[in-house]
Each structure stands twice: as C-alpha cells, then as structure tokens.
Design a protein around this ligand. Structure first.
Ligand code: CUA
Length: 196
C-alpha cells in the first residue's frame, strides 16, 4: 500500500470487505421486511380471531382437583350424560392421564348439549372435530362448552394438549343418537355406549 491516510478509518478497504454504509442499508431493509412480516402475522391473528369468533372461555369456575372423586359435581356417579328439565343435556367428564372418564358418552341429536370437564392432574385438551367444541381442560378449572349436534354419528374425541408420554393414546368418543332413543337413559347408558 503506497499511500495511506493518517486516519485508519478512512483507509481504502481491502477486497471483500463491504463498506459500512452498504451494510447499514441492507440491515435496514431486512429490519423493514421483518417488521412488515410481524404486522401481517398480527393482522392474521386479529382477523381470524374476529371472523372465526375465537374467544377465551366466558366462564371462570374454580374446582379443587384433589377432591374430584370425593365430593361435588364430578364424583363418579355424576359423570356422563344427564338430562335437564328443559330438554337439554349436560355431559360431565374428567380428563386424566391418559383417559377421559367416561370413555364414551351418548347424547341426543338436535338438542342443546353442554359439556363440563375438568382435569384431575395436568392440562388436557377437549376437541370434537367438525364442531365448535375445542377447549383446554386445565386442572383447578371447569371447562364448559355448549353445542348442538345436527345429525347422528360418532365423534372421536382426541386429547389435543400434550399431557405426557401417553398423550397420543388419550381418546374418547361421543355418540350422537336419535332423540327418541335417548328418552330415558339408564344410569349405565349415561356413562357408556355399550348398550346401543
Ligand atoms: Cu391428555 Cu394429551
């Protein structure tokens, strides 16, 4: 190098080193692209949330997960489908590693169905594909979901919240039967699908 500036920062750059201004311009462009991506993603969340009516659970009900089997609404004899005086039904289930109790419940078609679930241990998920039913089941809380089944059929009910090594095997079923066949369910029929 024949002629060198006295200020080391003003020296001509050796080959392959990109000047500071070019680096700054490129970084600015990437920054703007990233901010734009963030804005697009936030917009997608807001728009799909509003269009799909996604919302957090509207009721907050607390329950002691350690005494579920001893007292209250979720004792074993009270699980399954219960007919209400107004013609609707309420289904109570407990999610536990790695099963839902009961394993299969029957509900009548075309009447309001209210699912009430809680967990005895960790967080599980409650999902009925092709319906509006999709919620987390968090220990200490009662999850409530209301729906109505338009036609008869069997719905698989996978746990969709990772809950441990047996998560993939955690399934139950909801069987939707004609209203007439649901007129007077026995205690057994309320808690299994065995008799139909
Ligand atoms: Cu229960 Cu995953």
């Amino acid at each position: 190098m024949a002629e060198q500036s006295s200020n080391p920062l003003r020296r001509p750059l050796p080959d392959g080193i990109i000047p500071e201004q070019v680096v700054a311009r490129t970084e600015n462009r990437w920054l703007m692209i990233m901010v734009a991506m963030l804005l697009v993603m936030m917009a997608i969340i807001v728009v799909t949330g509003i269009m799909g009516a996604l919302h957090p659970s509207s009721n907050v009900e607390l329950i002691d997960p350690t005494t579920l089997h001893l007292q209250g609404e979720f004792v074993e004899s009270n699980l399954g489908t219960a007919a209400e005086p107004d013609g609707s039904v309420t289904v109570r289930l407990i999610a536990t590693q790695y099963a839902f109790v009961p394993q299969c419940v029957e509900v009548p078609a075309r009447v309001p169905v209210k699912f009430r679930l809680t967990s005895a241990d960790v967080t599980h998920g409650f999902l009925l594909p092709d319906t509006n039913v999709n919620t987390m089941v968090v220990p200490g809380f009662v999850a409530e979901v209301r729906t109505r089944f338009a036609k008869e059929g069997e719905y698989a009910m996978p746990c969709h919240e990772y809950c441990g090594l047996g998560h993939h095997a955690m399934w139950a079923h909801v069987r939707v039967v004609p209203q007439e066949r649901f007129a007077n369910p026995t205690l057994l029929e309320r808690r299994t699908c065995a008799t139909q």
